[in-house]
Write a protein that binds this ligand. Structure first.
Ligand code: 13P
Ligand code: SF4
Length: 301
C-alpha cells in the first residue's frame, strides 16, 4: 500500500468516514473505496450506513443524491468541478413547461439530473430500474428527462406507455456509432457486446445485452463466454477484469472516456478527508422536494 492510501485509511477511521466510488472512477480510487457501485447501488448505500462523512467519488448529481438521502451526514465531492453535462441539459423551467403541455403525464427524471430538476418531477429512475419504475406508474403518458436514449430504450420495453422524451444525451455514450460496433465485431467475432442504455439506438440494436454498469458487470460475470466488447465508460474495465481474471474485455470505442469522472484524483480524496472539502450544501426546501422523487424511486424499485 502506498503512503497516501495508508493516510486515507487512517483518516477514514479517525473521522468515521466512508468512500463511495462509481465504477467509472480510476482503479486507484476504486481500490480505496468502501463500496463501488452504479448510481442505484450507491444511492442505496448512501442511505444505509452509519458513517458521519461520505466521500463521494463520482460526479455532482450522485453526491447531491447521497446528501438528500442522508441529510444528517456530511457529503464531500473531492473534485468540486466533476459534473455531468447531461444533468445540466434540462432545467426546472423545462419541466414546468412540459407539465403545462402534457397535464396528464407522469414526470420521470433520470437520476443524472440536478436536484432542482428532481424537485419538479414525480419520480427518479436510474439505468438499472427505469423500466420497472416507469412500468409501475399509473399514467400512460410519461415525460422522461433528460436522456433521449434511455427514454427510447424504456419506450421500447414498455409499448403500452407513451413516453415523451426530452432531447438530452450523454456526451460520451452518444458519440459511439453502429460503425464502431461493426468494426469491433469484425475483429472479435466470438465476443459478446454489452452496452449501456445511454448509447444510441443503432448501438443498442446490435448489442447482446443492454444494462446499467452494475448490470453489465453481473452479466459478464455470470456468462460462460470468455470475451466481451464493452459499450460503456472505460473505468468499468478495472472491476470487470478484477472480478473475471480468466475473461477478456475490450472497449467498444476509445471515445468512451468521461473526463468528468476522471477529475477525481487520489490526492483529492485525501484532501477531502483531511480538510472536509468540498461539502455538498443544498437548499433545504428544494432538497426536501427532490427527496420525494428519490424516495419514490427506492420504494418502486
Ligand atoms: P449507472 O447508473 O449505470 O451507474 O450509470 C451512470 C452514468 O453516469 C452512466 O453514464
Ligand atoms: Fe454524465 Fe455521461 Fe459522464 Fe455518465 S458518462 S457522468 S452520463 S457525462
Amino acid at each position: 500500500m502506498r503512503n497516501i492510501e495508508k493516510k486515507i485509511a487512517r483518516l477514514k477511521k479517525r473521522k468515521n468516514a466512508i468512500i463511495l466510488a462509481h465504477y467509472y472512477q480510476t482503479g486507484d480510487i476504486i481500490d480505496v473505496a468502501d463500496m463501488v457501485g452504479d448510481s442505484y447501488g450507491l444511492s442505496k448505500k448512501a442511505k444505509e450506513n452509519d458513517a458521519d462523512i461520505i466521500v463521494f467519488c463520482g460526479v455532482r448529481f450522485m453526491a447531491e443524491s447521497a446528501k438528500i438521502l442522508s441529510p444528517q451526514k456530511k457529503v464531500l465531492l473531492p473534485a468540486a468541478a466533476a459534473g455531468c453535462p447531461m444533468a445540466d441539459m434540462v432545467k426546472p423551467d423545462d419541466i414546468l413547461s412540459l407539465r403545462k403541455q402534457y397535464p396528464n403525464a407522469g414526470v420521470v427524471c433520470y437520476v443524472n439530473s440536478t436536484y432542482e430538476v428532481k424537485a419538479e418531477c414525480d419520480v427518479c429512475v436510474t439505468s438499472s430500474n427505469a423500466v420497472k419504475v416507469v412500468a409501475s406508474l399509473p399514467q400512460k403518458q410519461i415525460i422522461f428527462v433528460p436522456d433521449q436514449n434511455l427514454a427510447r430504450y424504456v419506450a421500447q420495453q414498455l409499448p403500452d406507455k407513451e413516453i415523451i422524451p426530452y432531447c438530452g444525451f450523454c456526451i460520451v455514450h452518444h458519440q459511439v456509432s453502429g460503425a464502431d460496433v461493426d468494426k469491433a465485431r469484425a475483429s472479435l467475432p466470438n465476443a459478446q457486446l454489452l452496452v449501456h442504455p445511454e448509447c444510441t439506438q443503432e448501438v443498442v440494436d446490435k448489442a447482446d445485452f443492454v444494462g446499467s454498469t452494475a448490470g453489465i458487470i453481473k452479466r459478464a460475470t455470470q456468462s460462460d463466454n470468455k470475451e466481451f466488447i464493452i459499450g460503456t465508460e472505460m473505468g468499468i474495465l478495472h472491476v470487470l477484469q478484477k472480478k473475471n481474471p480468466d475473461k477478456k474485455f475490450y472497449l467498444l470505442s476509445t471515445k468512451l472516456l468521461c473526463s468528468n469522472m476522471k477529475k477525481t484524483k487520489i490526492l483529492d480524496v485525501y484532501e477531502a478527508l483531511k480538510y472536509g472539502q468540498h461539502e455538498i450544501i443544498l437548499d433545504e426546501d428544494i432538497a426536501a422536494r427532490a427527496k420525494k422523487s428519490l424516495d419514490k424511486m427506492l420504494e418502486l424499485s
